[in-house]
Unconditional design. Structure first.
Lengths: 342, 342
DNA sequence: AGCGTTTAGGTTAACGATAACACAGATTAT
DNA sequence: ATAATCTGTGTTATCGTTAACCTAAACGCT
């Protein structure tokens, strides 16, 4: 008979076996001090009774929850989803579960989500910060909570981080287009200047300088979302009067409507206008868009991120880990077409 | 002065305020028995000290964790990811966090994931079952764990469920194609006969009967994954000799490579061959594929699912809830082109 | 004034598991 | 042969919070 309501606890197993809860607990954790036979007998009884350990209790006492939280900005964003899959796989094989906390595009939620994570005593946090937000970092540090910053760096913060080489990415974008002979550029920036945007622009400008393309040939269009800025009329207006022939978009999701707008106006991509973007969101579907995309493997970011976090969980005081993953530039179709054009 | 290591607990706040932990606990939970002034003072002190409640402890004592688990087959699948976003939003506004447990395409993990969920004392489970698996259901029932079956039904199980009207979906697919005048069909089925596949096929056959299309005009190609079955050669071989002009694919992810294969072989879609599929995965990108897709709003499945679960959490013994969401058939481009063709 | 009823808070015992310590009997070492 | 160690287990305290129960003062009412 169960103790209180219905849940089967160590106590129930103990009663059934004639041992104390302590011994059962040990058996379940495969404590080497128990003789093989006893352990087996206990584990079998536990299985027979349908015992499922209560991690809340265990975590409360032991301080380990075997749950890792990931904090992302938006679950509708494929970029994150692809990583979640990989992260989950890596975490699972290390014995962790994944708690997803999502800002729903509202950055003010970040602090609250971090509190939630701490509140649930997760063992670590995979954090995709959306803004330059030192306060959240401070909270985690104060609570001695292991964490890794993903995709971005944060000003004045030294902490474990995994991101791709955005500066080089921007450079490669510029170089690629410059070598194709383009002289006038539209650079679609975003509204929030995240670290990756800053780095990409810096790299891009470095390339421009290297190829002697003057500043005034690069028109930066900042602070707009894809939908509202890149409507057909707008992008065509922007392109034609000044003979821009190249577009750089800070991420594929922004490039996508731009390319659509161009095509609908009878402008071919990449024949008339070359487009370079970041993330390679559509990389797995090479027929979809004639984009050249700059990216680091999402899978690598995810698995490196997990690796770094697990290391930090294991040793809270190990030296700071920073991984900057190489980016590559690729799109079969676009590259081929552009080369032909050249 | 903290008690043990460093975490700030109720006790610390109590010491600081001169009340007992009980009173602090009450203040934090906004217990109406406390005078406004005391509560405010306590909450301010707690905030000042950086107190973050320990949900492990709270959950252990109170039996509520305010975490809901979702069990999915594959996080790389967009269909799930889209729902996760919506679910998370709905759950967040109800005060819950979302724990994602993923089978990594390995159905044998299902039982283990359910155990994990129970182990973590989640308040409920959103379950996308992958197979006809009664045992997992039994576990949840035994543990009085609220759950909702999503997307699928399970034989011999009566439980809360939310899914779309797959039978009608299949019917609409058949009707649509039959009315366009198609007489010979390739029906791409999947390897595992999930309930949605069964229902879709049943509905499709009903339409075939209604339009007097004999069984032998429908060739069912089962048990293959998209990649391996629908290579260029294969699909073209299948199409040409018998003059199939219509393809039904049990889900968009399978249709996608098929369409690509067709196009690469110089067969136009939808001009030469009409393709109907399910899920409307690419619906938000109408230029991507000339597919006609049958689907129910993912957002609806997600939010209905959450709604049903929350109700069940609130009252474990309320009557069984089953929601079958209407499907619609749509693709602007394909429909227009097909109509012109007709 | 006397008696019930709030009001504001304290006391105590859980929730389920685990860590630290204790300890008897068996085994080994010297 | 006796001390030292190991083996297998029980005892107790504790993780941080909450539920159930209790009390003392203040208040209202006839």
């Amino acid at each position: 008979m169960g103790n209180n309501g219905n849940r089967i606890t160590l106590k129930d197993v103990a009663n059934e076996c004639g041992y104390t809860v302590n011994t059962i607990s040990r058996a379940m954790r495969n404590d080497p001090h128990l003789p093989e036979s006893t352990r087996q007998m206990i584990q079998e009884t536990a299985a027979r009774l349908g015992y499922i350990p209560n991690k809340m209790a265990s975590s409360l006492r032991s301080g380990k929850s075997h749950v890792v939280a990931v904090i992302v900005n938006d679950l509708h964003n494929q970029h994150f989803c692809q990583m979640l899959g990989k992260m989950d796989a890596e975490l699972q094989s290390a014995g962790y579960s994944l708690l997803i906390l999502c800002m729903q595009l509202n950055e003010n939620l970040a602090q609250q989500l971090i509190n939630t994570a701490i509140s649930l005593s997760v063992d670590g946090i995979l954090y995709f910060p959306h803004m330059q937000s030192e306060k959240q970092i401070e909270t985690m540090v104060n609570h001695r909570m292991p964490f890794v910053l993903l995709d971005r760096w944060i000003e004045n913060v030294t902490a474990d981080s995994v991101r791709c080489d955005d500066e080089n990415g921007g450079y490669l974008a510029g170089k690629h287009l410059a070598e194709l002979g383009h002289r006038k550029y539209l650079y679609l920036s975003g509204l929030n200047l995240s670290s990756s945007q800053i780095d990409r622009l810096i790299g891009f400008k470095r390339a421009m300088k290297e190829y002697n393309i003057p500043d005034e040939n690069v028109r930066i269009i900042p602070g707009e979302t894809a939908e509202d800025a890149l409507s057909r009329g707008r992008i065509v207006d922007l392109l034609y009067p000044l003979d821009y022939t190249a577009i750089v978009s800070f991420r594929d999701e922004m490039a996508y409507p731009a390319v659509n707008a161009l095509r609908s106006s009878g402008i071919s991509v990449p024949e008339d206008v070359s487009v370079v973007s970041f993330d390679n969101l559509y990389g797995s579907n090479p027929n979809l868009l004639p984009l050249t995309s700059i990216y680091a493997s999402e899978s690598d970011v995810a698995s490196e991120g997990v690796k770094v976090l697990l290391k930090r969980i294991e040793d809270l005081y190990c030296p700071v880990q920073t991984k900057i993953l190489p980016v590559c530039i690729y799109n079969e179709n676009a590259t081929a077409a552009e080369a032909k054009n050249k």
